[in-house]
Design a protein around this ligand. Structure first.
Ligand code: HEC
Ligand code: HEC
Length: 378
């Protein structure tokens, strides 16, 4: 009897603690939508997540060449919408002193798989003409709705300030023609900031990762650049997505909450000071702001991506591929939020330790202990 009463008390106590935990901390974690969305937006997030996770097949328009069958196949760590160690290959060469993506041979992005039939539409390989080859790791997508809503003018102002105050590390925007509007816009997505909006990236990825044509990217990728193969392998009429698919991806990514911070200790706070003092924060800008937006979660929000979303000349760390205005040595400042859950770092995933990623640029690894503690908290 006595035993039963005490175990009842213990279980009530446990339930109390657990419900307290759940109600005290309802802030989103990796893979969650923003907190307190309206029902309508919540439905859009979860419908979008379904599309993002759905595996496509040939009858949906998959291929003729592709890299994987769903967005989530690559964007998965530590939750749907995250990063992965999956690295894609780009190639090109230099023709008449200019970067040449070898489009006629299927460049610059390799699609590593094909839908067949036999002898026709295989996955692509690097052609012998390529003299440049680069790996591109899958980055995480948490919080990118906020990045999408930073006005061009703010990032342009940051570039101006850097030119004036820290000319040695000054970055510049990658101005790209956005297929959705037909206008020049400030690129901010991708390792070279080669894409301006989440909507455009949705269309770009649907075509270039999965081979599914859509209103923004209506033209199929020919396997290894050989258009004659399309007659054999491409049987679904273009655009294969009527626009609802890319809208669903954009909805999911826009409403995906930013990564939560880890525990903030004294060592973390010391490290944050060092991070600014030694100049990391000049490129990895801690704080940005969105413009007004009818969606409350995106409306004039102050947030902490630890990036300026500008291109910087990284010397030998550059990947030698040109995209938009980005030269071979220029890369976008990698946003550091959510760093602690990544298992590989840098554009080609060459580093498996944060220390190595830091040492790869400029060898600045001094005062490492507190600095690393800070980074482990993002
Ligand atoms: C085969 C793996 C793979 C698949 C499948 C894939 N991605 Fe990606 N994703 C990547 C890689 C690699 C990059 C970096 C591209 C670059 O900059 O060259 C990327 C970048 C992105 C970015 C930019 C992130 C940033 O930090 O700027 C977005 C947005 C994105 N993907 C969305 C999608 C969507 C939507 C889908 C499905 C339609 C998708 N991806 C399918 C591998 C993948
Ligand atoms: C001149 C601008 C600049 C400065 C200063 C700078 N970084 Fe970076 N950082 C970058 C760029 C650009 C990348 C992406 C490099 C690439 O393409 O792989 C990057 C990548 C990283 C990464 C890898 C992130 C990932 O997800 O792969 C870490 C970690 C990092 N920086 C930390 C630091 C620290 C710590 C400092 C200060 C000691 C610092 N950075 C200073 C521009 C800068």
């Amino acid at each position: 009897m006595k035993f039963k009463t005490s175990s009842l008390i213990i279980s009530l106590w446990l339930v109390g603690i657990l419900t307290w935990k759940v109600t005290a901390d309802n802030s989103p974690t990796f893979g969650d939508p923003f907190a307190n969305l309206t029902n309508d937006l919540s439905v859009r997030f979860f419908d979008g997540k379904d599309e993002f996770t759905e595996e496509e097949d040939i009858s949906d328009g998959l291929g003729p060449v592709f890299n994987d069958v769903s967005c989530a196949a690559c964007h998965s760590n530590p939750a749907v919408g995250g990063d992965s160690d999956i690295v894609e290959t780009r190639f090109g060469t230099i023709t008449h002193n200019q970067f040449d993506p070898l489009t006629q041979l299927g460049g610059s992005l390799i699609q590593s798989q094909g839908i067949g039939p036999a002898n026709a539409c295989f996955g692509e390989t690097i052609p012998t003409q390529a003299t440049i080859q680069a790996g591109r790791k899958t980055p995480p997508l948490f919080g990118l709705g906020l990045v999408d809503n930073v006005p061009d003018s703010l990032l342009q102002q940051i570039a101006k300030n850097q030119k004036q105050n820290t000319p040695d590390i000054a970055g510049r925007p990658n101005m790209v023609k956005d297929p959705a509007s037909g206008h020049l816009a400030l690129g901010r997505f991708g390792w070279k900031a080669q894409v301006a909006t989440l909507m455009t990236f949705s269309g770009d990825a649907y075509l270039n990762e999965m081979g599914i044509t859509n209103p923004l990217f209506p033209t199929e990728n020919a396997p290894q650049g050989d258009a004659s193969l399309l007659a054999i392998c491409d049987t679904v009429a273009d655009p294969e997505d009527d626009g609802s698919g890319i809208q669903a991806f954009a909805d999911f990514m826009s409403l995906l909450a930013p990564p939560p911070r880890g525990p903030i200790t004294q060592s973390v706070l010391n490290g944050e000071g060092i991070f600014s003092a030694i100049g990391c924060a000049a490129c990895h800008m801690p704080t940005l702001q969105t413009c007004p937006n009818p969606i409350k979660a995106l409306d004039s929000v102050t947030f902490h991506p630890f990036s300026d979303f500008l291109l910087h000349d990284m010397g030998s760390l550059g990947d030698r591929i040109e995209q938009g205005q980005a030269s071979g040595t220029e890369m976008r400042t990698a946003p550091l939020w959510g760093l602690r859950v990544r298992k590989s770092f840098l554009h080609d995933a060459r580093a498996t330790k944060i220390e190595d990623a830091i040492l790869a640029h400029d060898g600045q690894g001094k005062d490492k202990h507190d600095l690393i503690a800070f980074l482990n908290s993002l």
